[in-house]
Design a protein around this ligand. Sequence first.
Ligand SMILES: [Zn+2]
Length: 450
Amino acid sequence: MLTITSAERIFADSSALRGSSAEHGSFAERSGDLTLDDGSPRRTVLDASGCVVTPGLVNAHHHLLQSAFRTLPGTRGVAMADWLPAMASAYARVGHDPDAYAVAASVGAAESLLCGVTTIADHHLNWPHGVPISDAVALARATADAVRSLGARLAFVRGSARDDPEWAGESAEAIATAIVPDGAGGVRPGGVSADGMIQVAVGPAGVHSDSRETYAALGAVAARYGLRRRTQANEQVDTAIAFERYGRRPLELLDEWGWLEPDVTIAHLCDVTPAEISLLARAGVSATHAPGCDVPMGWGVAPVAALLGAGVVVGLGTSGGGSNDAGHLLADARLAMQVSGLVGPQLPARTVLGMATAGSAAGLGRPELGHLSPGSAGDLCVWDVSGAADAGVHDPIGGLLWASPGRRPKHVVVGGRVVVRDYRLTMADEAEIVARLLSRLARTPAVSPS
Ligand SMILES: [Zn+2]
């Protein structure tokens, strides 16, 4: 097991995780070398002078495919009803094939690691409808292989958006048995690979797009194999469509459909009432805050302080490049802190860092991630706070968010392996990853030439 030697000051924050059984987030401030000791004679030493060490960040809500589809015409400042078809036709122009998925996921994973995200929950919603199950498995595998080859952890969420329920369920089962096999025709416990690098979960896009039958089909696969369930709810568009179609609120429907349970994590939750917050807390559902998507899409700000106050575990996600244009979770942690005061008491920096680490990990059912305490999986980031942008900062942990917007970590370690050293990927060449995506987009452009 990885141990971190000669730690100096460790800061722990408990307020981020009230109501959680998970470990608390922990942050260390350092002034010397950081030694990674995995018990082998060869120790890895990283220069951590003038640095702050945090657990690796856990992005609880991403859509990796959208990394190839940022700032597209027709997707900025538009209603969701216009955004969805604009994105769908862009995906169709590029094509749903393993190469497109791999190049998009590589760029998304490279960006994630370079920004300190060591675990990415990729909620994949956009499947080419009706393709053979083996094709769906190939698309999932291309994504998983691309992320793994860079050294990041992936939670691949077999999502759905208006998929045929039976096909959604069958392909979810096929993806889980193919990507996280137990060697006996089934799925590894919890849907997590033996090395902890790949996890499979399921997740319909929301009651605005998926039927009760799809929720049931994906829920049945989750129950059979112990997979985590994830969905999205209470963006304004979701509540509006739920009311129009069912005369109900989305969380009422999810409750009735058996999707308000402790293994479920719900992203967005912008438009929630105090009664709904109590319902989520009683049900033991966890939440993912995604202000980097919610704010530019005009959905508003989720009442995170009220959710935390009620005992709901809250993680942090970026959502995808189609709305956020970046997968920089620390930047979104800063945004979360800045906009929190608009809907309640301002969230302290440590609370938001706790959300971006242990809070996100708890929602994935991964108590070994998101903290640096004994028993952790050894994912960490080393942030240099010795430059001008941090000079005069009294509290270097709070300053991680308040100061130096857009900062990137100097070193990133996943499972004891250094995957970013001195701001560069160690397992792949960033320029090559970029070139592969650009040449694919040159061949099959996302935007029509006219
Ligand atoms: Zn989303």
